[in-house]
Design a protein around this ligand. Structure first.
Ligand code: PMP
Length: 418
């Protein structure tokens, strides 16, 4: 295939950052590793690894309760990471940030806490393109409370939400509208600001699943004006097991607690606990201090590149991949053609996604195949799953060309177009 990517800026980010990711410099099955599974998890720069190591070598102790130097340092590092996260998302205050294990825990926290006041007759609105993380917690809460769970439809395989149906579904009995900012299986970028304004206009809360937008796209929460937003550290160069939940203004004070335990109380008697204010009420037990330190370092790293530059780079690679893979006979590509995020879901004619991904792995290429935790959406499209290539700033055009070459070869050898 001939390259149709006519920009020479696409590889500048890769050239600049590649040295910071030693993991990428290895062979898999005798071929140079090409890591295109970034939507599942990103690789970590040495700056993040160093920050975590430095924390453990110099500052580690338990936070908040100690009155000694190391505990003060650990507390400072942890609370500074909260400030950094607030700044990264342009929240108004660090009091609006709770550290979680990731996006999944953030959705569970809000669903469970809000669920305590939901009742039969209330409605929860999500969309048909949600990741299971932003679907199953709401299904559980709907089952428990008798609230009704509604789905805003996806129009077709181009992956746009059917916004014409929004007014019918988003009625004043909807308590919360929760939707994905960037779809992990389609690459659709949903109009978060518009959707949150719509939710507000009927008195519903809004929750934006930012797992795929946090470190991949310029995100300004004061501009989006959502009530909740969640991200996962491991998808933006940070460690696993740490993420953030934003709640606007005083919302954390209005919600009941999630987990009970140490750290989240101001006083306990045998009769009852009295809870701390704000984010601390939702962080029971010893928190993930080193994770928070690593997350803050990842945010520093991302901002040293620039989120607009990252988005432009990833989108260019994705549009190039989308256009080129579409030329192979029998290929089906999912999600929007333009204005998409940096990932592409596809099926090669006559091939199961798992076979395709297994064969690509033999050439050192890491793709993902399956339902991408959006099983109902795949069913709607009449497939059990797709293959997905997802890009980040350290990827480059040569890698995409090599991947396309391998996929073309696989399709010719193994694809059954009868
Ligand atoms: N939402 C979306 C859109 C995702 O892509 C993912 C991760 N694949 C999640 C939620 C869940 O994130 P985590 O597993 O980090 O909690």
């Amino acid at each position: 295939m001939e390259s149709t990517l006519n920009t020479n800026t696409t590889d500048a980010l890769s050239l600049r950052t590649r040295k910071d990711f030693p993991i990428l410099d290895q062979e898999i099955n005798g071929h140079p590793l090409i890591y295109f599974d970034n939507a599942a998890t990103s690789q970590k720069p040495v700056q993040v690894l160093d920050a975590v190591r430095r924390y453990y070598e110099h500052d580690n102790a338990n936070v908040h309760r100690g009155i000694h130097e190391l505990s003060n340092r650990a507390t400072l590092a942890y609370e500074s990471a909260r400030e950094r996260t607030a700044q990264f998302l342009n929240a108004r205050s660090s009091k609006e940030i709770v550290f979680t294990r990731g996006t999944t825990e953030a959705v569970n926290l809000v669903a469970s806490c809000l669920g305590q006041s939901l009742k039969s007759g209330d409605k929860i609105l999500i969309t048909e393109m949600e990741h299971h993380s932003n679907m199953v917690p709401w299904q559980l809460i709907a089952q428990r409370t008798g609230a009704e769970l509604l789905y805003l439809p996806v129009k077709d395989t181009f992956g746009e939400l059917d916004l014409d149906q929004l007014d019918n579904l988003l009625t004043p009995d909807v308590r919360i509208f929760s939707f994905v900012h960037i779809s992990n299986s389609l690459g659709t970028i949903n109009p978060a600001k518009v959707l949150c304004a719509k939710a507000r206009s009927v008195g519903a809360l809004s929750f934006v699943d930012g797992a795929q937008s946090g470190g991949h796209y310029p995100v300004d929460l004061q501009d989006i004006d959502c009530d909740f937003y969640a991200l996962s550290g491991h998808k933006i160069g940070g460690p696993t097991g740490i993420g953030a939940l934003y709640a606007k203004g005083d919302l954390f004070n209005e919600l009941p607690p999630y987990h009970g335990g140490g750290e989240m109380i101001s006083e306990v008697t045998y009769d009852r606990p009295i809870f701390k204010e704000g984010p601390h009420k939702f962080e029971a037990g010893t928190p993930n201090m080193s994770g928070a330190v690593g997350l803050a370092a990842a945010m520093d790293y991302i901002d040293s590149i620039g989120r607009q530059a990252i988005y432009d780079h990833d989108r260019e690679l994705a549009e190039y991949f989308y256009n080129e893979i579409s030329k192979l006979p029998g290929t089906q590509v999912y999600g929007p053609k333009e204005n998409r995020a940096g990932l592409v879901s596809f099926l090669l004619g006559g091939m199961h996604a798992h076979d395709l991904v297994t064969l690509a792995d033999q050439k050192g290429i890491a793709l993902r195949g399956g339902h991408h935790c959006t099983q109902p959406l795949m069913k709607k499209f009449g497939v059990t799953g797709t293959a997905r290539a997802s890009f980040y700033f350290y990827n480059n055009r040569q890698e995409v060309d090599r991947c396309l070459e391998v996929l073309e070869h696989i399709q010719k050898r193994f694809g059954d177009l009868e």
